[in-house]
Design a protein around this ligand. Structure first.
Ligand code: G3H
Ligand code: 13P
Ligand code: ZN
Length: 309
């Protein structure tokens, strides 16, 4: 039981045709809920921390909580920086003991993205840390419906192969139609599986990453709204599409929004039904269980990684 890189996890996931879940963490209850699910499901696990999470919780608290989770659960966990925007934050996380970092240079032109990624890879690899990069831009709701926007923003397969060869990166996040948050599609949801297949052909035995992979289950949105929430017409990636991607070369699937929804629906319901409640344990405890249930469901029914530890 220790902090591990995702190298072995991805090799097993690639060969076994499933994906490892990467879940965003911001506080103790979220970490506990996710880790409880991984333990129950005997599943490999990546916990990821965004710059916003570091700012919210103070990096040392999150790292110590993850160390506590490892000690308490006996699991191996990969601790990953999500969307590192520059070399400095990646270096800081490598120096702080993260086992994996993402350098997100997707907003830069191709050559600049390569230069930045190479610099992070060089430093991280010298410390035994693995690196995820991103090529292509995740679509916004508007982009997703415009076919012309696809070619401009989705990952180009030839470029992906060149990017990996020139940077030495360990995994690559690609854009095939997913996007962050609760509003991913205006019309019918669709992912560009043809493009994914092309990328996989040019990058055999290489782990692909999908960001923006929450499914935004209607029952949780309805639950939030039933108790006074005002979440308008949200739309996520259908779970069967994520299952299909997991069986292909996608080895890491990022989920944050669905955990936020599960947690918020639960807390909202408790506080509305019990207006005199003011003990945080009485709503954060059930919220932790709601997160556990959501993560266990993803591992078992969507990613296919239950029992793969
Ligand atoms: O992709 C972003 C993750 O959902 C993290 O979101 O930056 O609000 O922590 P955040
Ligand atoms: P969602 O917003 O779809 O959960 O995506 C999370 C993510 O990609 C974190 O990097
Ligand atoms: Zn992301």
């Amino acid at each position: 039981m220790s902090l591990v890189t995702s190298k072995e996890m991805f090799k097993k996931a690639y060969d076994g045709h499933y994906a490892v879940g990467a879940f965003n963490v911001n506080n103790m209850e979220i970490i506990q809920g996710i880790v409880d699910a991984a333990k129950q499901e005997n599943a490999p696990l990546i916990l990821q921390v965004s710059a916003g999470a570091r700012k919210y919780a103070n990096p040392i608290y999150l790292r110590k909580l993850v160390e506590a989770a490892i000690e308490d659960s006996g699991l191996d966990i990969c601790l990953h920086l999500d969307h590192g925007e520059d070399f400095e934050i990646c270096k800081q996380c490598v120096d702080d003991g993260f086992t994996s970092v993402m350098i997100d240079g997707s907003k830069y032109p191709f050559e600049e993205n390569i230069e930045l990624t190479k610099k992070v890879v060089e430093y991280a690899h010298s410390k035994g840390v693995v690196v995820e990069a991103e090529l292509g831009k995740l679509a916004g709701v508007e982009d997703a419906v415009k076919v012309s926007a696809k070619d401009a923003t989705y990952t180009d397969p030839e470029e992906a192969a060149e990017f990996v060869a020139r940077t030495g990166v360990d995994s690559l996040a690609i854009a095939i139609g997913t996007s962050h948050g609760a509003y991913k599609f205006k019309g019918d949801p669709s992912l560009d599986f043809e493009r994914l297949e092309k990328i996989e052909k040019l990058l055999p035995n290489f782990p692909i990453v999908l960001h923006g992979s929450s499914s935004v289950p209607k029952e949780f949105v309805d639950l939030c709204n039933k108790f006074g929430g005002q979440i308008p017409g949200a739309a996520g990636v259908p779970e069967e599409m994520l299952r299909r991607a997991s069986q292909m070369g996608v080895c890491k699937i990022n989920i944050d929004t669905d955990l936020r929804l599960a947690m918020t629906a639960c807390i909202r319901q408790i506080l509305i039904e019990n207006p005199s409640e003011f003990d945080p344990r009485k709503y954060l405890g059930p919220a932790r269980t709601a997160i556990k249930d959501m993560v266990a469901h993803k591992m078992r029914n969507v990613l296919g990684c239950s029992g793969k530890r």
